[in-house]
Ligand binder design. Sequence first.
Ligand SMILES: Nc1ncnc2c1ncn2[C@@H]1O[C@H](COP(=O)(O)OP(=O)(O)O)[C@@H](O)[C@H]1O
Ligand SMILES: [Mg+2]
Length: 341
Amino acid sequence: MAAVELQEIEKSFGPTAVVKRLSLEVKEHELLALLGPSGCGKTTTLRMIAGLERPDRGVVRLGGRVVDDQASFTQPEQRGLGMVFQSYAVWPHKSVFENVAYPLQLRREGGLEAKVMEALGWVRLAALAQRRPHELSGGQLQRVALARALVGRPKVLLLDEPLSNLDVALREELRGEIASLRAKLGTTMVLVTHDQGEALALADRVAVMNKGVIEQLAAPAEIYGEPATPFVAGFVGGANVLEGVARDGRFFIEGHAFELPGGAKAENGPLTIAVRSEDVAIGAGGPELALQAKLFLGSTTEYRFALGPQVLRATGPAKDALQPSQPAAVSFRAARLFGAR
Ligand SMILES: Nc1ncnc2c1ncn2[C@@H]1O[C@H](COP(=O)(O)OP(=O)(O)O)[C@@H](O)[C@H]1O
Ligand SMILES: [Mg+2]
């Protein structure tokens, strides 16, 4: 039985359809990431699971039980969920202990002290139980929020961009924290994020959303290795998505003719291809393009070539004599073909 099931959910705000006939199942103990750009409908989808927003149409089930189907509606606090948001939403005047105890107090649960201290142990904050929020770092505040969401042992934990407010180092640390909490507690989790690295690193499966629709739902390696659509290739893999025309085994774009790599076959006509920046070869044949910019990234350098109004990104060795405005021969070592759109 699915821990969470959305069946043909639709949601509009005014005339704008934000979630479009979206269906999704989250398995028990699974961490599913909802990944997509800002505004694609991730938070709205999560809020409909939580009961903070009602779908216009469709059914929401938790553990096989209908919690929203127009005819019936289960209140958010009756759904057995935990939630963590981007903003820590920790009460400033309560201690760490009191923050985490609060949901149990609302439910008049016994054994408060032991449960709160156990939850603080999960996020390694037991020693700071008496601290006030202003004495904590952003990472610690988010761990308080995690402990508060988990202390009632929810069946499903909903996480909405929980790491987006943290700087890079803390984000990495909290990532590990979420992974180990999951391993320890086995809680089903739905993680909303716009960060593909985070989704790929943490999730069992990733649902890539674009404009209110799931474009692909698969394991991280499959999403990365076999993107189903140009959008997924571009958004998740960071690939160059190029629209041109195929003719006699070659790909024409902006007046340049590229060989399709690996003997790839395409029917003559409009063609979209996705080429990862590491699959763009410089100085190994192909049309000459002008180098627009060169970005030193540490272990590699990114080269940006002008392809008409489009930009073609290539990853090359950190040391390279290429200079901006200099032309260089550019070809593709590998590409994914998507046919006409
Ligand atoms: N309460 C609301 N009223 C009107 N528009 C909203 C409301 N909530 C979200 N939207 C709009 O719906 C779209 C999707 O929003 P959201 O689900 O928050 O996207 P995401 O979390 O993927 O960034 C956005 O265009 C947003 O402006
Ligand atoms: Mg959002």
